[in-house]
Design a binder for this molecule. Sequence first.
Ligand SMILES: [Zn+2]
Length: 148
Amino acid sequence: MITEKGCYYCDRNENFRELLFELCDLRVSKVFYCKDQTLPGRCTIMFQDHYEEIYQIPKKERDLYLDDVCLLAETIKDLFHPDKINYGIYGDECRHVHFTICPKYKGKIGWGQPFIMFPENRVFLSEEENKERMDRMREALLSRLNHG
Ligand SMILES: [Zn+2]
């Protein structure tokens, strides 16, 4: 496992855990549930090792990573029925390769535009609602992973 000290995604310190909850591991990635659920189902998915550019990841693993991204996106589509899914890789400051997987809904914030990283009036669910939603997502993800 390749890690880098001081990396937001490798360290996953308190600041990280304030915004993201670990959901589960897929083939070569870790999925995180965004505490900001303004757009229901929003997640991030990090590659397991510290690379800063997607082209640096060896092709075999990069292909598996895209399989994981697809598995996550399809699961979110099934559970939350967004009108479109946005896939964001930016990482100017948070350099570890990760996608933000942002479900978009017609009529809701950011439709027709790039998704907004930190919208105003963010929607945060209760602890219980988060747990229920995360359990549902984890179960669906792992079931899809294990059944091809
Ligand atoms: Zn890292």
